[in-house]
Design a protein around this ligand. Structure first.
Ligand SMILES: CCCCC/C=C\C/C=C\CCCCCCCC(=O)SCCNC(=O)CCNC(=O)[C@H](O)C(C)(C)COP(=O)(O)OP(=O)(O)OC[C@H]1O[C@@H](n2cnc3c(N)ncnc32)[C@H](O)[C@@H]1OP(=O)(O)O
Ligand SMILES: CCCCCCCC/C=C\CCCCCCCC(=O)OC[C@@H](O)COP(=O)(O)O
Length: 315
């Protein structure tokens, strides 16, 4: 390029283009968050995706930050306190109000097995609301491979099972029963999602029997916990996630002293019925009668167990 008076040189032309590009980039950088904000306000799907991304990022961040501290203690159920504390703020971020009923039923001196319905990964928010000290969940082994999340879970003493290798899973459960019996003094509790997989909606899947074998083998009570359906404020199918209220109902414990493995099918069924009844009642009190037809209580299931009195504590 040749410079001449009154004209543009090649370098000033390049400079001008650069300025223009920078200006566009700057506008883009300013407009992008604005566009995202607008999209967040207008699109419930985008809102759902952002909230789920935040949920997962929070868990990964907490696991990454806290695992080194947990590692000082080594693998210990005491690290569940860290896990609990790190997930407790999530309900506030999402504007989820937790209502806990019957929490006094978790104040047992000895070990016990908690069984809880499993709708979504959001159940972690409810779980940490009520999980007692020295209580560990049983989780699918796949979680162990989620990088620092797996490491955090391992350090917290979470019990892993391979759901598709029944004999191996039964072996893990038997060893856990042994530990519960041995650690009677220091009390170890176990939290199981007996549906074995997530099941969104107002129904419950038939229960797997591992949790009930565990309680019978350890000769400890079962404490059923029912988390009310999220349908009002959360649906992964419809990609909807707003704020709302969630009720957690702790049911009366079911004793297993004197029961043997042959009693497990009946035990499983009666606990399923008690929880299904509580779930149905929660759905009805949340929505009136309009949604009762959606309740799927399964076919031919007899009268459920009584649920006794409940004390309510709202947090
Ligand atoms: C430190 C800072 C941290 C910061 C934060 C970081 C991270 C936090 C992130 C995450 C936290 C993680 C929270 C964990 C939540 C995880 C939730 C899950 O993963 S849910 C999935 C796993 N759970 C389950 O699968 C439930 C347990 N499953 C079972 O109990 C099953 O029974 C089974 C043992 C796997 C076997 O299942 P199967 O499909 O074969 O079916 P059945 O139950 O019907 O059993 C068939 C048959 O076997 C007999 N049986 C079963 N168990 C036993 C047993 N223990 N002993 C003897 N016999 C057994 C059963 O009776 C059946 O026989 P029969 O028909 O003759 O009665
Ligand atoms: C080096 C690897 C890096 C990996 C990065 C990992 C990213 C992980 C992101 C988020 C982790 C969130 C973990 C939440 C755990 C929620 C527990 C849960 O709900 O498990 C589901 C299980 O009950 C049943 O599973 P299925 O319904 O059968 O399916």
């Amino acid at each position: 390029f040749q410079e001449f008076p009154g004209g543009w040189s090649g370098s000033s032309l390049r400079g001008g283009t650069m300025d223009l590009l920078l200006l566009l980039l700057l506008h883009g950088l300013l407009l992008l968050p604005l566009a995202a904000l607008l999209l967040y306000r207008c699109s419930s799907t985008f809102q759902y995706l952002c909230k789920m991304a935040f949920f997962n990022c929070w868990i990964v961040a907490m696991a990454t930050l806290l695992s080194p501290f947990a590692a000082f203690r080594g693998r210990s159920v005491e690290n569940m306190k860290l896990l609990r504390a790190s997930l407790l703020p999530l309900k506030r971020f999402y504007g989820i109000r937790m209502r806990v009923r019957g929490s006094e039923r978790l104040q047992l001196p000895g070990p016990f097995v908690i069984v809880c319905n499993h709708q979504a990964s959001l159940d972690l928010i409810g779980m940490v609301e009520v999980i007692p000290d020295r209580c560990v969940p049983i989780a699918k082994r796949e979680l162990l491979y989620l990088g620092t999340v797996g490491w955090a879970c391992w350090l917290s003493g979470i019990i892993f099972i391979e759901r598709h290798r029944r004999d191996a899973a039964i072996g893990v459960i038997s060893r856990t029963a042994g530990t519960m019996r041995r650690e009677n003094v220091s009390r170890l509790c176990v939290w199981v999602f007996p549906e074995g997989t997530r099941n969104p909606g107002r129904s419950m899947l038939p229960f797997k029997r591992g949790a009930f074998h565990l309680a019978v083998q350890a000769q400890v009570p079962i404490v059923p916990i029912v988390i009310s359906p999220y349908c009002d404020f959360f649906s992964s199918k419809e990609k909807r996630f707003t704020s709302g209220t969630c009720t957690i109902q702790v049911l009366p414990r079911v004793e297993t002293r004197g029961l043997s493995p042959k009693d497990v099918p009946k035990l499983t069924e009666s606990v399923w019925q008690a929880m299904a009844k509580a779930l149905a009642e929660m759905s009805m009190s949340d929505h009136g009668d309009q949604d009762t037809e959606q309740l799927q209580l399964g076919e031919d299931r007899g009268s459920p167990q009584g649920q006794g009195d409940t004390a309510e504590s709202s947090k």
